[in-house]
Write a protein that binds this ligand. Structure first.
Ligand code: SF4
Length: 340
């Protein structure tokens, strides 16, 4: 494993001697290996050329047991010589010193208190967080420095930190987005096998908004031919609206290298009749054609209006992370933001 070559989506390089490998013999972690490392840096600057609505990110984990078949962060595991398929789902890098490091870096005279986005690479509330509990220390550090931040997640575990989030929201700008691309249970079980059910994620939205923390929904990904029928879109937007979400932002599935191979293998196994249609739809590259994206966006926005929920305004300074742009790390290898 190339720990010296850990991709700098967070500019952090690690020495091989800093790695401790662990497994836990509990049902939720069976088959999962954790690589605990001590990061040298935890604040990652998004390259200036990026059109992302934030400049700084914090990513305490690499790899994600939520195991979404389409996850765009899969490719980043290859930079560690780790497998981008099952390896991404089961070989989890944990930056165990993330809270202490962040607190130190926030206190630095050079730090200007900019917005920090989390959940930009992998889910910071994936199952590992239940054991490692890095987020409470991270949020506490941000609260203590009144530093604005946002979190995008599929994890219901975020509710464990509700009190901390409220305390932070009392002193700084806190933006939370939950990702729910569809509510079809059959589709969820096969394509997002390690995630909490969509309805449970919407319960998170309900609880957060009920406690005065506004929460938007990133409706992502909308999966062509499997989750994009008018009935499915309507049911999803209706459920999102009923959850009290402050906004809904639709985003069509992207298939980039690393995710594309894994997703197409899944499609071949579960929906072989769709393989040719996907090859045609994604013939030009990782994005579905503009006409298709526009059609979905317009449809969702119309439904959102009907159900009385606004899309995320394009002028919003800290919009949810939407994977519409790519981050170019300093070493020129591509990394991506995920559709959490
Ligand atoms: S899409 Fe998000 S939640 Fe799903 S595996 Fe990737 S990082 Fe985890």
């Amino acid at each position: 494993m190339r720990w010296d070559n850990l991709l700098s989506d967070d500019s952090a390089l690690f020495g091989a001697d800093a790695v401790t490998t662990r497994t836990f013999d509990t049902p939720e972690f069976r088959g999962v290996t954790f690589h605990e490392i001590r990061a040298r840096s935890i604040l990652n600057r998004v390259p200036g050329a990026s059109r992302l609505p934030f400049e700084w990110t914090v990513n305490p984990y690499r790899g994600c047991t939520h195991a979404c078949v389409y996850c765009f962060a899969r490719k980043t595991h290859s930079y560690l010589d780790l497998d981008t398929g099952l390896g991404f789902d089961s070989q989890i890098v944990v930056k165990v010193n993330a809270p202490d490091l962040l607190r130190r870096q926030l206190a630095s005279a050079r730090w200007q208190g900019e917005h920090i986005a989390m959940g930009t690479n992998v889910d910071c509330y994936q199952r590992a967080e239940g054991r490692y509990r890095l987020m409470p220390g991270i949020i506490a550090a941000l609260r203590d420095h009144a530093n604005p931040f946002s979190i995008l997640t599929k994890g219901t575990l975020i509710l464990r930190d509700l009190d901390l989030l409220r305390e932070a929201a009392a002193v700084t700008e806190v933006g939370i987005s939950v990702s729910v691309g569809f509510i079809d249970e059959t589709l969820w079980r096969t394509v997002e096998p390690g995630t909490p059910a969509p309805e449970r994620r919407l319960d998170v939205v309900r609880t957060l908004t009920g406690h005065g923390i506004g929460c938007g929904v990133l409706m992502a990904p909308v999966i062509p031919f499997l989750g994009d029928s008018p009935g499915q879109l309507r049911a999803t937007v209706r459920a999102i609206a009923a959850s009290g979400a402050t906004s809904v932002t639709p985003l069509v599935l992207h298939l980039r290298p690393g995710a594309r191979e894994w997703f197409m293998a899944w499609l071949t196994e579960h929906h072989p009749h769709l393989v040719r249609r996907y090859e045609r739809l994604y013939a030009e590259g990782p994005y579905a054609p503009k006409w298709y994206q526009r059609r979905i966006t317009r449809h969702v926005h119309e439904l959102a209006q009907e159900y009385g929920i606004g899309p995320s305004p394009s002028t919003q300074p800290r919009a949810p992370i939407t994977d519409t742009t790519r981050v170019r790390p300093r070493d020129e290898r591509p990394t991506q933001l995920t559709l959490l």
